[in-house]
Design a protein around this ligand. Sequence first.
Ligand code: CTP
Length: 400
Amino acid sequence: MLKDKRIILGITGSIAAYKSAYLIRLLVKKGAEVQVVITPAGKEFITPLTLSTLSRHPVISEFFSNRDGSWHSHVDLGLWADAMLIAPATAATIGKMANGIADNMLVTTYLSCKAPVFIAPAMDLDMFAHPTTQQNIDRLRSFGHHIIEPTEGELASALEGKGRMEEPEKIVTLLEHFFAASHTLQKKKILITAGPTYEKIDPVRFIGNYSSGKMGFALAETCARRGADVTLIAGPVSLSAKHPKIKRIDVESAEEMYQAAIKTFPEADAALLCAAVADYRPETSSADKIKRDDKDRMTLHLTANKDIAASLGALKREGQILAGFALETTDEIRHAQEKRKKKNLDFIVLNSLREPGAGFRTDTNKISILDKQGEITAYPLKSKQAVAEDIVNKLETLWI
Ligand code: CTP
């Protein structure tokens, strides 16, 4: 499972750094490509020479190479990886990661990393149990990261307790299991709509909405990472899709999104309709910029756009799965369930605008999933990435 997998191994300043040498050996033996990024404190515990010899790659620690002054791109590195593993992760690094304190190469790489992140804490028992550390760990967990719990035993401080970094063999097995699960959507073709639509009024104006596209892009990344071929039909957003298995089609209006979706759907095994499609567009759009001309009032005549979800729902064939979103402000469950039925969706993801941190323009979301069987599952507030995992898990259950 680890053959040809590209793994960034972050090493920080803990006595457990000696275990990183074994970790690299095991990963390399399994066919993984390992790039070590070490913090300055990490180098006090294990030498870069040991690590580069075992990983067969120069170790990265600084933003610039000391030898020739060339720049180490944390962005490229972050995008290169199939996984990032921080082992050992000290309380300080965990705190920096949880709060975006990007003052070293490891944390900047982490912030640029689109791949799944695994964190193996190692520290003294009291440091680990401290509410600050626990809150930081909870925060990292809410981003969808995998925390590899430390074990109990004798610690460097000679005290006994929970804080020992998990053994390298166990960490490697965990990664193997993770990558095995990442093939769950192999050979599936998934259509995703994301972002807002812009309905043109004249060459400089449009009717739009606040959708950022983040939820749809997170879904696309999650499906692609699990092996699916994704077609992402995106309205105007300022996001980029990184995964090579995502084919992106950029559209502007609801009509363009409809055309692209109708064309793609027959080949798809599932469609996740995340876009905030404008329900109406101006009846006519002016070729020239509309002048104010000192008018006190201005009337726009609107006409209804096609309902993409309902149209795909009508076309849906046996075995295809269709899911949509509902953003409601009143009587949420009833409205969402009605919407699901009307559009012939297999499940609908409800987010309420009344929930702080949920909905448009946030990095977090709080959802409930309502399915055809009438089952309602409510999830806690999570990052959109972690929410995407929950939604794709639900999708997978329908194929089992
Ligand atoms: N949707 C769509 N095409 C449209 C409108 C909505 O595909 N023209 C999809 C959205 O992507 C979402 C679901 O339908 O998955 C629900 O969208 P929403 O705007 O909440 O539904 P509407 O049918 O427009 O209902 P409302 O009256 O609440 O606006």
